[in-house]
Design a protein around this ligand. Structure first.
Ligand code: NAP
Length: 337
């Protein structure tokens, strides 16, 4: 049995994802010997509790990364911070698991979802990327179906929680629900009672970067560049949990009985599909859970072989923190650190 303990940095420790990472490292009893919470200079003076001990937040810097002598660094402080500091951490021998979009499409950086492509984690050269939250839950649900029927095309529309935009997104919705106006809004429009077809920035072709993350990351994780994926990403006034309506077209003939059977035993998936009893996946039910919930399974009769499904997961957990900690667990089990 491996009794090793690790020195673990959480960079962006004061954010929604960073706090969740600390909670999940504790919950899953990851063998942390020393936890080092890092954030911006603004947070120095704050403490964060880990296993009952209040740990001081230090400033993320070249000096703090070198002094930490860490085995792992879980980064969730945004792409520009990762671009600046993740290579520095990797250079001093720390394995970085990065939640931002900075390195996801770098051919030298594996993009890992442990239920889908765990082996990729062991090819790392110091940095491993955690996919986008919307991509993670989609590939967990679709991987067993791809293996069985070979996916030709995916059309997905997302209904993404405000927490996917960090603490400022959550704060804006909470203020608006109290009838107030956020003086420093995260979103370009009111989010309460609204739905915004706008996540991340628009490209010249009309797609948002969030939509193209779903296209490109899905291909990389599934290891299939020919996979056709198209997405519309929408922000909705939900306080945690992303939902996705996914239409999938297959090469081989599918049927709902086999799909249900495959999903019922798929790792990390829970089937909730009894619409006559009003049972289907809901963000409120997925809250604080690590699984990806799948339901509303219907044959798409407009194509030779296809389905429509509804997929829900907690974006801060499986969509971010849990997936990152699972990657660290993989490396610990395989001694890949
Ligand atoms: N929210 C999600 O569902 C989700 C899912 C997947 C991936 N992600 C990614 O995870 C990252 C963080 O997201 P979040 O939702 O946790 O955002 P957040 O709540 O806004 O937190 C941002 C964190 O980054 C830190 N930070 C900002 N600028 C920094 C700097 N210059 N140096 C050091 N630390 C800095 C903040 O520290 P201070 O408190 O000191 O400002 C805070 O700890 C983003 O890259 C996001 O795309 C988020």
């Amino acid at each position: 049995m491996n009794n090793r303990t690790y020195r673990v940095i959480v960079a962006g420790a004061t954010g929604l994802v960073g706090r969740k990472m600390i909670q999940i490292l504790e919950e899953r009893r990851f063998p942390v010997g020393t936890l080092i919470p890092l954030a911006s200079a603004r947070s120095v003076g704050q403490t964060l509790r880990f296993h009952g001990v209040d740990l001081p937040v230090q400033e993320l810097s070249e000096t703090s990364l070198a002094a930490a002598q860490a085995d792992f660094a879980l980064f969730s402080a945004g792409a520009s911070v990762s671009r600046q500091f993740a290579p520095i951490a990797a250079r001093v021998g720390t394995v970085v698991i990065d939640n931002s979009s900075a390195f996801r499409m770098d051919p030298d950086v594996p993009l890992v979802v442990p239920e889908v492509n765990p082996q990729a984690a062991f090819t790392h050269k110091g940095i491993i990327a955690n996919p986008n939250c919307s991509t993670i839950q989609m590939v967990v649900a679709l991987k067993p179906l791809h293996d069985a029927f070979t996916i030709k095309r995916i059309v997905v529309a997302t209904y993404q929680s405000v927490t996917g935009a960090g603490w400022r997104g959550q704060h804006q919705l909470e203020l608006e629900l109290e009838g107030k106006t956020d003086p420093d809004p995260k979103f370009p429009h009111r989010i309460a009672m609204n739905a915004l077809p706008h996540i991340d920035t628009f490209s010249d072709d009309g797609y948002t970067r969030e939509e193209m993350k779903m296209v490109n990351e899905t291909r990389k994780i599934m290891g299939d560049d020919s996979l056709r994926v198209t997405a519309t990403c929408v922000r909705v006034p939900v306080l945690g949990g992303h939902s996705e309506a996914i239409n999938v077209e297959f090469e081989k003939q599918c049927d709902t009985a086999r799909i249900r059977k495959l999903l019922a035993k798929a790792p990390g998936v829970i089937l909730v599909d009894d619409p006559q009893s009003a049972l289907y996946p809901l963000p409120l039910d997925a809250h604080d859970r690590d699984e990806v919930f799948v339901g509303r399974i219907r044959i798409d009769t407009t194509v030779p072989s296809g389905i429509n499904i509804w997929v829900v997961s907690d974006n801060l957990r499986k969509g971010a923190a849990t997936n990152a900690v699972q990657i660290a667990e993989l490396l610990n089990a395989g001694q890949g650190v």
